[in-house]
Design a protein around this ligand. Structure first.
Ligand code: GLN
Length: 526
């Protein structure tokens, strides 16, 4: 069978959940097909690693160390695949490739142009991934909204692709918005028509239209969209607003989306949503409830901590509980009274010195009052700083990231990071194994000797302080192969005081919640 392609574009406005729609489509088709997701982003950054999470949402990290768009989190969670760097194509990367080709002389004698040279690079990249991965189906999501300057070249490449792969091997799915204006109380098709027109002007004629709406689309509006946009009525699908994104595959199945795709692409891969549905039902019918404080500095935009939210969701599905997240901004933390009503505290990753002392104060209270605590990356570093100051009596202990003059740099930059001045892609990135100490809580939670989690940091627990910290009772429950890098810590005797230098939230899945989150939620429940 030739590789099949599904191209997902979006219209009307951003934030309609194109990534989740694409991931859900993939989930529905994944039972018998090897699906490779590719995301094309129009920005000129090579990757989102250098962008502020408040602007762009969470930076997702892959096993291979790539810093990618947070949609890759959805792909991995919905498709059960381990994505690769190459599957994220930004315009920054594309221009970089074109420029290198030009310097090498690949275009000798020619004027290098957007069409065909840039579009060729885009297509060649996609075909290369398809071939390397031996993909049955490639799911290409074009970031942004049709009409944006940024994604014009990607759209043009997608238009051309139908000639390269054959009309029968590619379909275009367009996600739009169907508003029900207040007072009018009627589903409106105009934004969809206009957005499809923009797409058609670019030579792309959608095969399927997904209308994001607060209600199921009526027969009438389906007919109307079908008529104006030249799609079959059954190919107009509701993208229903839901509280829980994991319900989307079920909605699409109900809307018979898989059958339409099967027919159009001549493939067959029946969805099996039984287990998935069971887990989603558990979330809908919780028997217990807890509140967890997330103490960070990007708390205004929950997307900055998307994978943490997802990880809790996975725990909720398995433990049948409702988990309320309380976002605590530590930048100008006045007091720690919020700790009186929460069941646990989590300090996530972060950079820079803003809000640090507030977090350290929160950790001290959690430790002293035996409130379950989970620290992630920066969270581990701050737990070590707090312990060094208040249990080991190392005055003004700190990380050199925060206080370069500290007399006790318990957290310091890695020697191999010292010479680096570039900021993009220069951290310790990607999956590294840690060896877990027998008899520790972390070891029992993973149930294995070795744990592989993803990293994104520059600083580490300073080996000079390993001894004194352990002497005072902090257990290094997981370390790197050579023992120099502290990957997991815990304080025994407390209900749950665990932290890791890694980001286990990045590998949590609906079917298998991240062990440290699972243990944390269980402790919060008890
Ligand atoms: N800023 C810290 C470091 O670079 C922590 C990074 C993080 O939390 N991801 O080491």
């Amino acid at each position: 069978m030739p590789t099949k392609y599904i191209i997902v574009t979006g219209g009307v406005l951003s934030g309609l959940g194109k990534g989740i729609a694409a991931a859900s489509i993939g989930h529905l088709l994944s039972s018998r097909l090897k699906i490779i997701p590719i995301k094309c982003d129009g920005y000129l950054n090579v990757d989102p690693g250098t962008m502020n999470p408040i602007e762009h949402g969470e930076v997702f990290v892959l096993d291979d160390g790539a810093e990618v768009d947070m949609d890759f989190g959805h792909y991995e969670r919905f498709l059960g695949v381990t994505c690769k760097s190459k599957w994220n194509l930004t315009m920054g990367k594309v221009f970089d490739m074109v420029r290198r080709k030009e310097r090498r002389g690949d275009y000798l004698g020619k004027t290098v142009q957007y069409i065909p040279h840039v579009t060729d690079v885009i297509k060649a990249h996609i075909f290369e991934v398809a071939k390397e991965e031996n993909a049955d189906l490639v799911l290409v999501e074009i970031g942004g909204t049709v009409g944006d300057i940024e994604n014009e070249l990607f759209l043009e490449a997608m238009r051309q692709m139908k000639e390269d792969v054959g009309r029968e091997n590619i379909i275009y799915i367009h996600l739009t918005y169907v508003p029900v204006p207040y007072g009018v109380n009627e589903q409106k098709s105009k934004p969809t028509q206009q957005s499809v027109n923009l797409l058609k002007q670019r030579g792309i004629f959608p095969d399927i239209i997904i209308g994001r709406c607060s209600q199921f689309l009526t027969q009438e509006i389906r007919r109307k969209i079908s008529n104006f946009c030249d799609v079959q009525p059954e190919a107009v699908i509701t993208g229903l607003d839901v509280d829980d994104i994991y319900e989307i595959p079920m909605i699409f199945e109900q809307e018979r989306l898989p059958e339409i795709i099967h027919k159009k692409l001549n493939i067959y891969s029946p969805p099996d949503l039984r287990k998935w549905k069971e887990l989603v039902d558990n979330i809908r019918n919780p028997s217990r409830e807890i509140t967890v404080a997330v103490c960070g500095k990007y708390t205004k935009l929950e997307d900055s901590y998307a994978s943490i939210v997802e990880s809790f969701h996975h725990c909720a599905a398995h433990l049948g509980c409702k988990i309320n997240l309380e976002w605590v901004e530590t930048t100008d933390l006045k007091d720690t009274r919020f700790l009186d009503h929460v069941n646990g505290v989590i300090v996530p990753g972060g950079f820079g010195s803003r809000g640090i002392e507030g977090k350290i104060e929160v950790i001290r209270h959690a430790r002293e009052r035996n409130i379950p605590f989970l620290g992630l990356c920066l969270g581990l570093q701050l737990a070590v700083i707090e312990f060094a100051r208040n249990a080991c009596h190392l005055e003004r202990a700190n990380s050199t990231e925060i206080d370069p003059e500290t007399p006790h740099p318990v957290i310091d930059i890695l020697p191999e990071q010292k010479e680096i001045s570039d900021k993009g892609g220069t951290m310790r990135l990607g999956a590294y194994p840690a060896f877990l100490k027998e008899g520790t809580l972390v070891r029992s939670l993973y149930g294995t000797e070795k744990a592989s989690e993803r990293h994104r940091h520059r600083y580490e627990v300073n080996p000079r302080y390993h001894e004194i910290i352990q002497e005072h009772g902090m257990v290094f429950s997981g370390v790197s192969g050579d023992g120099r890098l502290v990957e997991f810590i815990e304080l025994p005797r407390l209900r749950y005081f665990v932290a890791t230098q890694a980001h286990p939230e990045l590998k949590s899945r609906m079917e298998k919640p991240a062990p440290l989150f699972y243990g944390f939620v269980k402790a919060c429940l008890s």
